[in-house]
Design a protein around this ligand. Structure first.
Ligand SMILES: *Cc1c(COP(=O)(O)O)cnc(C)c1O
Length: 350
């Protein structure tokens, strides 16, 4: 009766080991797994446990990354350091108390913040992302200020755009070297090839890749999602149904499936089927207005099912025009969802 994420455990773990193995430089540290948001569908606590396994497997996993300070509690079981990716501010981050404070690494990107923060810090260099961070000139001042203040600098942080490219990464590495900031550089969104090229060119720099998607969701074939058919009702053309008493466009079946807005169903265009243009059109409609004409993320075999009306909180109403009863209560439908925006009722390691 649930929206379930099925994980082919052996295959999924093989990808974790592969990605972590590629990122690891023995003795210098490896991948920094990113566990943030909905935990990429797995939940933060579960990812913390998995990161612990990678750690004991000798893959150089000594640090985990979370997105926000509020996520620290959920990864409390991770036995290493935890870096917070969102920037430290005088109003967020200062409240991290001992003993937690000793293992938390703050990310700092403004000189005003660097004057106040305590403890362990990463100095973030602004990239073409334009999200957070110091300019090249500020990074130099930041490195000096951190030394003056006796802060424990753990490295320089570089957050590149997706597919950001090697040239920008190299320029930012040069900035960090010029600023005499630190010999460890934490990088995001470099390919394995780009990372090894950087490691070859700058052998005295220790690169720490932060990876989420490619690690947890890198082998999509290891993952599948199922929903349960909760009910099935025949409906005649023109007959009313749903919260708004809409009329069925044709005769067919109303199928109620597990999974609704509370799970993230229908809140974003299903990633696997829409083009960018299609997604924009969906958003522009501001809802799933066209009754029976909007594609749902649910599939019956190779047939993509249509929403009968906008998904409800815990379930979705689908419309099928078939003459014969297409599914029965308790049957399973496949669902294609975005893992980073879906909350599953259950995770099943098969
Ligand atoms: C989210 C995030 C990552 C991980 O991104 P993925 O695309 O999931 O690998 C890495 N670095 C920073 C700064 C992030 O915010």
């Amino acid at each position: 009766m649930s929206l379930t994420l099925h994980v082919d455990e052996q295959r999924w773990r093989a990808n974790l080991a592969k990605v972590a193995g590629l990122a690891n430089v023995p003795g210098r540290g490896g991948v920094v797994p990113v566990a943030k948001g909905n935990g990429y569908g797995f939940g933060l606590a579960h990812l913390a446990e998995e990161a612990n396994s990678l750690r004991v497997d000798g893959l150089g996993v000594d640090t985990l990354a979370v997105g926000t300070y509020d996520e620290l509690d959920a990864v409390a079981d991770f036995d290493g350091d935890v870096v917070v990716l969102n920037p430290w501010r005088p109003t967020v981050g200062h409240e991290v108390a001992r003993p937690q404070a000793e293992r938390v690494i703050h990310t700092v990107g403004r000189l005003v913040d660097l004057k106040q923060v305590q403890g362990r810090v990463l100095l973030e260099r602004m990239t073409s992302m334009k999200r957070h961070g110091f300019s090249a000139a500020e990074l130099k001042q930041a490195a000096d200020l951190a030394r003056e203040r006796g802060l424990q600098v753990e490295g320089v942080s570089i957050h590149l755009p997706l597919g950001g490219g090697y040239a920008e990464a190299e320029q930012l590495v040069l900035d960090a070297i010029a600023a005499d900031a630190h010999h460890t550089i934490w990088v995001s969104h470099l390919s394995a090839a780009e990372l090894s090229r950087l490691r070859e060119h700058y052998a005295d720099i220790n690169f720490r890749p932060r990876i989420g998607t490619e690690l947890w969701l890198g082998d999509r074939g290891a993952l599948s999602v199922s929903a349960t058919v909760l009910d099935v009702h025949p409906i005649k053309r023109g007959e009313r149904f749903g919260y708004r008493g809409r009329k069925a466009p044709r005769s067919g079946w109303i199928v109620i499936a597990s999974g609704g807005t509370a799970h993230g169903i229908g809140l974003t265009a299903p990633a696997a089927i829409s083009t960018a243009r299609g997604r924009a059109a969906t958003l522009a409609k501001g809802g799933l207005e066209a009754s029976g004409r909007l594609r749902s993320p649910y599939w019956l075999g190779d047939q993509q099912l249509l929403f009968a009306e906008p998904p409800h909180m815990q379930s979705s109403m689908l419309f099928l025009a078939d003459r014969g009863q297409p599914v029965a209560v308790g049957d399973t439908l496949a669902a294609r969802v975005r893992y980073t925006t879906t909350s599953f009722d259950r995770i099943s390691f098969d």
